[in-house]
Each structure stands twice: as C-alpha cells, then as structure tokens.
Ligand binder design. Structure first.
Ligand code: GLN
Length: 479
C-alpha cells in the first residue's frame, strides 16, 4: 500500500470503519518504505517494528494510528537521532522533543526518521552523512533541503505527513521541489524543545503533506505553549482546519515585485496563473516591494552561521556521539572529533560564524546584520498593515540536478533568496504546489502576519482545490 491518493481523513475513515487495521497500516507502511526507498534514500532510520498504540479511538481522534515521518534532527527517545551527521551517527536520545511527546499523546504511529542536510545546513539533502536523497519526480534531481527526506517521503506516498524544520527555507523549498504543501509556522508557535539547534532565532518545526488540511490537522496537535521553550507564545491556538474550504473573496493579497522578477519564462507563467485564480475568485491583488530582498542571503548567512557556531560548540567528542581515536590530549579530542565528525559544509558555517562573532568583526558583521534584519521586519509590518497575505514563487527554479551545485556554496546559498525573509521576520510561510515546469513541480509561497497561519491555510487550500495538483503522481513512482 502507498499513500499517493490518501490523506489523514481518508485513512481515518478506513480505520474507523474497520476495513483497515492500524497494525496492517503500520506494517504496510514499513514494507512500502523498504521497497521504494532504494531509489529515494529518504530515510535514515526505518522503525521496522513500528507498532500502533492499543485501543485507538478512531471516531474521535483523526490522528490515531496514522504513520508520520520525523526529520532526523528532532529528538526521539530510544530511536537513533543523527541530524545526518557522523558526529551523532550513534546517538540514542533519552527524551522526546515536545512535538514528539504531543504526537505520542495523539497516538500517531512512528515509522522512522528522514534524511536531511547535516544539521539542517543545505538546500539539496546532498550534505548528508548517509548519502543524498533523490527526487521522486526525477531521480537525477535533488529533493531540495534541508528537509529533503521528509518532502520526498510525502511526495512518493511513503507517508501522508512528515515533520520538517525550517531555518531559512528548509520546509518550503523542498516542498516546492516535490510538489507538496509545507508550512513553517510563526516563530513562537511550535516548541523547539528537542529540535537539534542550528540557528535558534530562526529555527522552526513545521509540517509537510500533500494536502493543506493534513498539515492543519498535525499543526493543531503540535502547536501551543510549552514550559520547556521560553521563546514560545502562550496565545491560544486556533483550530487550523476551520480555515479549510473557505473562499478568498475580499482577501487582500500582496504580490512581491522582486519575487516575481526573480522568475522568468514558464515558471513566471505558472506562478502568475495561480495569482490570477485568486483574483478571479474576488481577492484584491496589490503589488508591493521588498527592496531589501537583495541583501537577505548575506544577512541570513551571517546571523545563521554565527548562531550555529555557538550552538554546535556542545559537540565536543566528550558529551555526545563520535569521539576520535588516538587523541593525545584534551585539545586533541576536541579538534580531532570535530574535524572528523562534522562534514565540510558544517565546518564552513562554524568558521564563518566564529569569524563574524570575533572581536574585530562583531560590529562590522553581526551587529550590521541584526540591523538589516530589523529593517526587513519593518518592511513586512508595513505591507501587512494593508494586506492579509503575501504571495510569490517559493524558489527561483525547479529542482536542479544532483551534483550540479554542491561544489559552489554561494550558488547553493542563493537557493533561499525567496524563503529566508520569512525566517528573519518570524512570520509564518508555506509553499503550495503551483504546477509543473519541464515536468518538475514548482511552488507558490504564501506568507501571513505573525500568528495568522489560518490565512495561509485558507489560501493554500483554495489554490489546491483549484489546480488539484495532489492528484498527480511523481514520474518516478508510476508503475
Ligand atoms: N538552506 C539554508 C541553509 O543552508 C536553510 C536551511 C534551513 O532552513 N534549515 O542554511
């Protein structure tokens, strides 16, 4: 069994009627992953003994017994959690992340951990100690990153939903490249307790699925205040599924000039068509400008790398995971373990970040970058004073070939030019499938005010009902 044509509602119906048992669902899921993952490599760990909880109440709990994938930088008690790094390749956590704890209380079935760029640093899932993940639409293409394993697993029908993390675009860019929906909630909406930290002022956990409603159902469960995470808002969490099935009449939709200028040809056409669909349905379209877009990539890489250099100090060969052999003294333990344990991209970020924070550079780099960040936030506030949502392309191109950007870090970094701003401003943002360009999916990005994920679900669901992209099967998955 695969889930190419399923969602949480359709599976729940079968479970509630008794035409499918949760045990069989779990077994089938694992078998299908094992069968299809040879070509995809979307998983780092498959829980072959995956077992649903007992006495599930399918009538009152839609998530009961539903297999869900978890990105491998989210801590799972007793299940190996590697962040796709050699330095953690044997790490078995002794506690659960808050999001896992909440999904456990909702009785989902855990089937394993998905592949990613090491420590979530990358845009292609090629920076994984466990090898690259392949795009189910074309195995020669990247699935995007860093949540490429989660995206490929959903697109390939291995699961109906997956958790990912997004620091600069890692949920939205792979969602766009795989033709699925993926949402990064507002900063402060979902607890990061138990998310292996990359850049703490930007990191967010979010959800990926074929249908927007599926993500709304999962977000309902994982969102909301948590004593373990002091950056979390205590405000009430709405029922996000209430935004599904609405129309968009009167909704004020801002289209970012710089984002539209960043795409051309067929890609521009596909995105424009989706905007026209909103307009035809009565949405009010306003052109707006985010003039600082040209600075967001350097701005983000200074801030994210600085925070990463600090967060990753804890991996010292003493407390967690890999320790190098033949160290002559304590310093040697640190240096050797970190040199052998971290991959090249992670080391590059640590160097960049340590430099940006160093005495002579702090004012010139980190402080300046923080000021630019504030200007970007102000820019969004101004737009949202007159608009409900912002739309535009999620990426500048469809998925690229495996191997084509890996040796050019700047090119790889530029992949995030359209997604990074939402992280810098802490606003919620999602990617919803817009159409195909040369046989590969592209995404429409939808952003909203802080804590207004609801409007994003409303627009995404509307777009999705209109273009019915979810009915398409990735080329590599057709038998
Ligand atoms: N691609 C970006 C980076 O490499 C964003 C990654 C992410 O969102 N985790 O930093």
């Amino acid at each position: 069994m695969n889930y190419l044509n399923e969602d949480i509602d359709s599976l729940n119906e079968k479970l509630a009627q008794g035409t499918l048992s949760a045990d069989k669902l779990a077994q089938d899921t694992v078998e299908n992953i094992k069968k299809t993952d040879e070509k995809l490599n979307a998983w780092i760990t498959v829980q072959e003994d995956a077992k649903p909880d007992e006495d599930l109440d399918f009538a009152n709990n839609k998530l009961a017994g539903i297999p869900i994938a978890i990105k491998d930088n989210i801590i799972t008690k007793d299940v190996k959690t590697t962040a796709a790094s050699h330095i953690l390749d044997n790490y078995i956590p002794v506690y659960d992340a808050t999001v896992i704890d909440r999904l456990k209380k909702a009785h989902v079935t855990f089937v394993g951990k998905t592949n990613m760029d090491e420590f979530a640093m990358g845009s292609s899932t090629e920076h994984s100690y466990f090898g690259a993940t392949h795009n189910p639409w074309d195995f020669d293409k990247v699935p995007g990153g860093s949540s490429g394993g989660s995206a490929a697993a959903v697109a390939a029908g291995q699961v109906v939903a997956a958790l990912g993390s997004d620091t600069g675009g890692s949920i939205r860019q792979p969602s766009a490249f795989n033709g699925i929906f993926g949402i990064k909630p507002t900063y402060g909406r979902v607890s990061r307790w138990g998310l292996i930290a990359f850049a703490s002022s930007l990191d967010e956990i979010g959800v990926m699925s074929k249908r927007a409603k599926t993500s709304a159902q999962v977000l309902n469960v994982i969102a909301g205040s948590d004593d373990h995470d002091s950056t979390l808002s205590t405000r009430a969490v709405p029922d996000f599924t209430e935004y599904i099935g609405k129309d968009v009449r009167g909704l004020r939709v801002a289209v970012v000039k710089e984002y539209m200028d960043a795409v051309d040809g067929e890609m521009h056409e596909v995105i424009q068509n989706q905007i026209d669909v909103l307009k035809d349905a009565g949405a009010i379209i306003n052109e707006v400008s985010l003039p600082l877009t040209k600075y967001v990539v350097p701005d983000y890489y200074i801030i994210a790398s600085s925070e990463a250099s600090s967060n990753l100090q804890r991996f010292d060969g003493i407390r967690y995971g890999y320790r190098a052999e033949d160290a002559k003294n304590l310093l040697d333990v640190y240096v050797k373990s970190r040199s052998e344990g971290f991959g090249e991209e992670v080391q590059r970020r640590i160097l960049l970040g340590s430099f940006a924070l160093s005495a002579g550079s702090y004012d010139r780099f980190f402080r300046q970058a923080s000021k630019v960040r504030t200007l970007i936030c102000n820019n969004f506030d101004k737009i949202f004073a007159d608009n409900d949502v912002i739309v535009g392309p999620t990426t500048t191109t469809p998925a690229f070939n495996i191997g084509s950007e890996i040796s050019d870090p700047i090119k790889m970094y530029n992949n995030d030019i359209l997604t990074i701003s939402a992280n810098l401003a802490g606003i919620p943002a999602a990617s919803v499938p817009a159409g195909l360009v040369d046989g590969m999916p592209v995404g429409l990005q939808v952003m909203a005010k802080r804590f207004d994920e609801g409007s994003i679900f409303q627009v995404a669901d509307f777009i999705e009902r209109n273009n019915k992209f979810y009915e398409k099967t990735p080329a590599g998955m057709e038998d």
